[in-house]
Ligand binder design. Structure first.
Ligand code: G3I
Length: 345
């Protein structure tokens, strides 16, 4: 039996035998598989933390790195939760993504209601990025420097106009944020993150123009595709065309917030279709060399943002509310197992 095939057989067999989760399969293939972390269960539920360490090699704070959580008052930062996650990642040899430095959502009152001048808003943006990135310098694998700045219905360049940052500074806030971030931690991967930007279309064209300009000044390293999708989603040529034009710029892509929501109550067919969708997205990312990671937006249906946002939908993740693996978990395992370990992707 050829050595590589023997290695694959052993890896799969050992994986089944010792059930050491998805993480060992991912790492044998130099792949990054992660999840967002909700701080309430992280602080109270040992089983939640055990699954994190067993199944994933990347984590990201669902909320604790956001502006309102980490910088609640102009002269006060709150690092407790972010510190705990950075420590957990280090102790468990995981990488950690920083989400997110500059976004139009989850901003503190002192910023939104502060009647800041343009210069004061630039100073606030600069101070925030320098302080937060400076504290975690060398510890954060990738930062979502700017999140969701592009909007189909935005200005002629499709910049989202209902953003505090756009109104206070103008569209230049994006470039300023990346300039400050590059100086604050030259070793971190700097990402532009957005939703509905995975297919080649008008929105992803606007994202492409934005990151092309940033890339000319070496201010960006990657594009985050959030991929909050429904069970109707299908991977197609429009996704491959989009990831390959970003690759041609030398940029990486990470799928940063994957979940596949179902209409409730979910039946067996819907769960089987969800598994196929997760498997298709995994195989797509594993087959594109510049696709560097898949991060789920949570791992158990017990803790997911979906039901509070999409009425009548949920069950979007790979473990059920009792932490039992769903068919989607098996589909991810199968797609990883089918790849020969160590083959550079
Ligand atoms: O912190 C307050 C707490 O003090 C208060 O008691 C509680 C009750 O109202 O609310 C808490 O804030 C909540 C926050 O999550 C932290 O738990 C907000 O109400 C709630 O709206 C917020 O939801 C988050 C949402 O972003 C906000 O836009 C979700 O958990 C989070 O999963 C979601 O994540 C975003 C990504 O950051 C960007 N991409 C889209 C994704 C889904 O919206």
């Amino acid at each position: 039996m050829q050595p590589k095939l023997l290695s694959l057989v052993c890896t799969v067999f050992l994986g089944l035998l010792v059930d050491d989760g998805l993480r060992s399969l991912a790492e044998a293939r130099e792949f990054r598989l992660g999840t967002a972390v909700s701080m309430m269960p992280f602080r109270r539920d040992d089983q939640y933390k055990a699954i994190l360490a067993r199944e994933f090699n990347v984590i990201v704070g669902e909320n604790c790195f956001k502006f309102d959580a980490i910088h609640p008052q102009r002269d006060r930062y709150e690092f407790r939760d972010a510190d705990a996650l950075v420590e957990f990642a280090s102790a468990n040899k995981m990488k950690i993504r920083g989400h997110t430095l500059i976004w139009h959502n989850q901003l503190p009152e002192w910023l939104k209601e502060g009647n800041l001048t343009r210069d004061e808003a630039i100073a606030a943006l600069t101070n925030h990025i320098e302080t937060v990135m400076g504290r975690y310098k060398g510890k954060i694998w990738a930062w979502d420097v700017v999140n969701e700045a592009i909007d189909q219905a935005g200005d002629p360049q499709h910049f989202r106009e209902d953003s505090f940052w756009y109104k206070a500074i103008g569209p230049e806030y994006v470039t300023i944020a990346f300039e400050v971030a590059r100086k604050a931690d030259p070793g971190a991967r700097l990402y532009y993150n957005d939703f509905d930007n995975e297919a080649k279309d008008e929105k992803s064209d606007a994202v492409y123009r934005l990151v092309s300009e940033l890339n000319q000044r070496k201010l960006v390293d990657g594009v985050g595709w959030q991929m909050h999708i429904s069970n109707a989603f299908k991977i197609g040529k429009e996704h491959r065309d989009n990831i390959r034009r970003l690759a041609a710029l030398g940029l990486e892509v990470s799928i940063t917030e994957l979940d596949v929501r179902l209409k409730l109550p979910a039946n067996r067919d819907a769960l089987a279709k969800q598994a196929r969708t997760y498997g298709d997205v995994m195989r797509f990312c594993l087959s594109e060399p510049n696709c560097k990671a898949i991060v789920l937006w949570g791992f158990t249906d017990m803790y997911s943002w979906v039901p509070q946002t999409f009425r009548g939908e949920g069950d979007a993740l790979i473990f059920d509310r009792d932490y039992a693996p769903k068919p989607a978990y098996g589909a991810i395992r199968e797609s990883l197992s089918k790849l020969t370990p160590g083959l550079s992707r």
